[in-house]
Design a protein around this ligand. Structure first.
Ligand code: ATP
Ligand code: ZN
Length: 212
């Protein structure tokens, strides 16, 4: 195949900047609202619009050749893909949030506590590395509400300004990882596809150089 399929988040915090980067690379395409696929007019690239959580798996399986996801999602799903390039947008932190009245000193205070998160793997590995035993409650959304409803003592969730934590009576107590959008690729690209990827990387680097 002489084209690359790139998986982009259908709608969410990565979508707009992912498409903006593609446009800044001089790649033209029209994506009708609600469409799940599109084809570029002037570059051998096809687009698949998916949930971000599904992107690493689709890239591993070869359904897509490339993808744009947050490093947090890439690390959480532990798929066998290449990290090609950091893209510099959708910067955020995966942080521990605790009740704002908790006189939190360090991570050892989480020993024996329960923590609600959508990132159980990252949290588990982090706690293991610190030799802390905590109960992890995996929930898929509205994580910040967990302490106030008695579901968990703390949360581990994505933070950028911290306003969601604040509005739920929580404060950012510790940073587990920093994340930004990254370009990932599958490991089974043909030599033609690798050549197209190199052209794409070249254009992305030119865009990034123009912003520095
Ligand atoms: P989907 O419906 O595709 O599963 P989602 O709700 O899981 O979407 P979003 O909230 O759109 O995901 O976030 C997508 C990614 O953007 C996150 O995985 C993270 O890398 C980054 N992100 C999340 N929140 C913020 C934020 N407040 N500021 C900057 N980047 C963020
Ligand atoms: Zn998601």
């Amino acid at each position: 195949m002489n084209t690359l399929k790139i998986a982009i988040q259908k709608s969410g915090r990565l979508s707009e900047d992912s498409l903006k980067l593609i446009k800044e690379c001089g790649i033209k395409f029209s994506n009708g609202k609600g469409k799940l696929k599109a084809v570029a007019d002037n570059f051998p690239l096809e687009f698949l619009f998916l949930r971000d959580d599904d992107i690493p798996g689709y890239v591993e399986d070869g359904v897509a050749d490339l993808g744009i996801v947050g490093e947090n999602v890439l690390v959480e799903y532990e798929k066998d893909v290449e990290l090609v390039k950091k893209l510099g947008f959708s910067k955020c932190r995966l942080s521990i949030g605790v009740d704002r009245n908790w006189d939190y000193k360090d991570i050892s205070e989480l020993d024996g506590k329960s923590i609600a998160t959508s990132y159980p793997k990252i949290l588990e590995n982090f706690l293991k590395g610190k030799n802390i035993k905590a109960e992890i409650h995996e929930i898929s959304g509205s994580v910040e509400i967990a302490p106030s409803i008695g579901l968990a003592d703390a949360v581990c969730d994505i933070v950028s300004s911290g306003s969601t934590l604040l509005s739920n009576g929580l404060k950012e107590a510790d940073v587990i990882m920093r994340s930004e959008a990254v370009l990932i690729s599958g490991k089974k690209l043909s030599s033609e596809q690798k050549e197209i990827l190199n052209q794409l990387i070249f254009r992305i680097e030119a865009v990034q150089a123009g912003k520095n």
